[in-house]
Design a protein around this ligand. Structure first.
Ligand SMILES: O=C(O)C(=O)C[C@]1(C(=O)O)C=C[C@@H](O)C=C1
Length: 291
């Protein structure tokens, strides 16, 4: 297994690559075209570590990542990092005022800029790509008349111009990325302070048990364990069957968590730990060079 290899959602110029560059100190990087390909490579041992987007402050969870981690692979979250996200409208270097017929980007990036696009480019066709970096690559080979939504790195890497800067609809735009491994091992990270330690658990409830979710939350509440996120996702086994993903603001320990687990199992629930990890908040540089 290649432990030193760190895979990420590529190609060049994605936000995930910016996150990888900000967090790790050395190692060799491998780009994957989409999130499942990156997680599959971790699963098969082709790479030791994967970095994938988890949640955006404007658009919410990246369901593809969550569902893949829960249903398709068996990996642990070993770290998370949150970075600021600045979306720009990128065009070909030879673009000189042509009408923009099409805007390419990742679905989350387009969603972060919906009002901007609605106001400024109501007639443009929107086409989803597997990443913002891929959208920039398409625009570089397509020529003038189309645009990509992406970051300054995608503009640099693909020789694009920034037609409009910071086009996301809400200022406080951040994305959380998960660092995952199949066989947990330590990697060298840059000297960032850890902002907190978290534990993510998945809880499945028994069918038709009145007040089950209330009792699950009570098991954490009376132990004074702070929850920073709770989200339900379909089990994919039929309508009405859900699991809950819960982020607890503390590291896994041998007293409180086993206590919660025993209490929940007595109710007929199941609890699985998806990871206990340091959380970093990194302020990556986001220069703006508008054309
Ligand atoms: O397309 C990229 O650049 C990514 O890294 C993916 C992604 C995401 O999935 O949310 C990451 C950050 C931004 O929120 C937009 C897109």
């Amino acid at each position: 297994m290649s432990e030193q290899k760190i895979g990420y959602l590529g190609p060049k110029g994605t936000f995930t690559k910016m996150a990888v560059d900000a967090l790790f100190d050395g190692g060799s990087y491998v780009s994957y075209d989409n999130i499942p390909a990156c997680l599959d490579a971790v699963e098969s041992g082709e790479i030791g570590t994967g970095v994938v987007p988890l949640e955006n402050a404007i658009e919410g969870s990246v369901h593809l990542t969550i569902d893949y981690l829960v249903h398709q692979v068996s990996q642990s979250i070993i770290a998370e990092l949150t970075v600021p996200i600045k979306q720009h409208l990128l065009v070909h270097n030879q673009h000189h005022g042509e009408e923009i017929a099409k805007v390419y980007s990742h679905s989350h990036a387009i969603a972060q800029c919906h009002q901007y696009l609605h106001k400024n480019y109501p007639g443009a066709e929107l086409e989803y790509t597997a990443s913002t970096g891929k959208a920039a690559e398409i625009v570089a080979s397509a020529g003038p008349g189309v645009a990509a939504i992406g970051n300054h790195l995608a503009a640099e890497e693909n020789g694009l111009k920034m037609l409009d800067a910071e086009i996301h609809d809400y200022d406080n735009n951040h994305t959380r990325f998960a660092v995952v491994q199949k066989t947990p091992h330590t990697l060298k990270v840059k000297d960032h302070p850890v902002s907190k330690h978290k534990t993510t658990v998945m809880v499945t409830l028994p069918k038709d048990y009145v007040g089950a979710l209330h009792q699950v939350l009570a098991a954490f509440a009376w132990r004074k364990m702070n929850l920073s996120k709770i989200e339900s996702r379909p089990m994919k086994t039929g309508l009405g069957n859900y699991f809950f993903l819960i982020d607890v603001d503390q590291p896994y320990d041998q007293v409180l968590f086993p206590g919660v687990q025993a209490e929940l199992e007595a109710l007929g629930c199941q609890l699985k730990v998806l990871g206990t990890y340091p959380s970093y908040q990194i302020d990556v540089p986001t220069p703006v060079q508008k054309a």
